[in-house]
Design a protein around this ligand. Sequence first.
Ligand code: PNS
Length: 162
Amino acid sequence: MHRIAVVPGSFDPITLGHLDVIERAAGIFDELHVLVVHNPGKTALLPIAQRVSLIEKAVREGGLPENIVVTSWSVGLLVDYCTDVGASVLVKGIRSQVDVAYETPMAIVNRDLAGVETVFLLPNPAHAHVSSSLVRQVASLGGDVSPYVPPVVAHYLQSPRE
Ligand code: PNS
């Protein structure tokens, strides 16, 4: 059986914590889709297409497995994407009890809606404190984000843009 899993998220921007979860999930499943989804509850820093591009570059530069597909989804439910591509599993990284509380209702709703199960992976403790919101804040105030994000993201955030 060809098992397809999806790692969904805002990835605004992708962090080393995300990349760690993506790499380990890619080792578990036959095919792993990293899916950038707009979260209306968050104020975005980067356009969706830019997030996809940075993830693709980070995956390539990091030498991650070749069974990783990076794309985005903006129409309908996350589980609709899963159904479209034949994915039966969602993968989420869990850093803390706060993440458990945030993710649990979504996992149950996604299972109710389409029978899609959610698998939680624990992060490398070195990245347990890292979040995209922290990176956005440090970057917006001119700080060095290189300890928290792939080099391509640090370079992008620290380069002057229009
Ligand atoms: O990285 P984030 O912002 O925590 O990711 C949250 C995300 C995008 C995975 C979540 O908002 C989501 O699943 N959105 C898709 C909309 C949807 O299907 N909602 C109903 C089930 S929760």
